[in-house]
Design a binder for this molecule. Sequence first.
Ligand code: AMP
Length: 283
Amino acid sequence: MKICKTREELSGLLGDWRAEGLSIGAAPTMGALHRGHLSLIDLAKREADRTIATIFVNPLQFAPHEDFDVYPRELESDIQKLASGGCDAVFAPSARDLFAADFSTNISVGGVGENHCAVSRPHFFDGVATIVAKLLLLLRPDVAVFGEKDFQQLSVIRRMVRDLEIGVRIVGAPIVREEDGLAMSSRNQYLTAAQRKIAPVLHRTITEATSRISVTGADWGEIGTWAQRELTDAGFSSVDYVNLVDAATLELMDHAGPEGRILAAAWLGETRLIDNCAVLSTE
Ligand code: AMP
């Protein structure tokens, strides 16, 4: 596996691939890789001739009070995992290499980038959109794979790529979970043993909410309130939101529609977990 730490190494490698007429699949990550990330590589391998992962803990998407300084950085073991997963290359730049000292551009995606996670993390999606645009323009892959685990993020990226004509096909990858249902996340390692026992209740609750809304056809208000209470009763410190949305627009819905999705975010101590699942239509 090729390891590129600078943009020069990257452009040399991509130039070689392009000269051979090979298509390129990219999987941007922040590292601390788990099986969820490796599933993106598997998918990229099916979609393109060569795959490249990027590892960059993006300072633009962290607010000053968030966990940028302590976010897990495990480059050596990440490289091993990617190599064993059959990834062809990794791009792991430094912030100094990626950003000019007077970098001052911000990409803000309205509509799908508002509400839900944007309420408690108002600058998060700007940070994500800006770095993802930068990486896609640097790599110019044919395909880029992002996880449905971060459903709103995937929607923001799709919208940005469409609106700005970035010219890459975005592919969504299904959520990879632990055996007890907890969605894999680099932040799960922050959880204490006691919190880790509570964490799967997030998935269990939204799954139960999807069946309640599709089986009973009830109004979301009641089920959403029930779901929030389930989470706090189970020991979640607080709930940012549990929302029923239209998967295409991320607009709030009252009843299960043809493309419903439940999105949720809740806190266990200092750790914020997110999850989502599709709602089967009652129609
Ligand atoms: P991150 O390193 O957390 O920024 O995530 C990088 C990419 O991996 C994003 O596209 C995530 O949506 C995706 N990802 C993270 N966790 C999972 C998971 N459990 N299942 C599928 N994709 C995931």
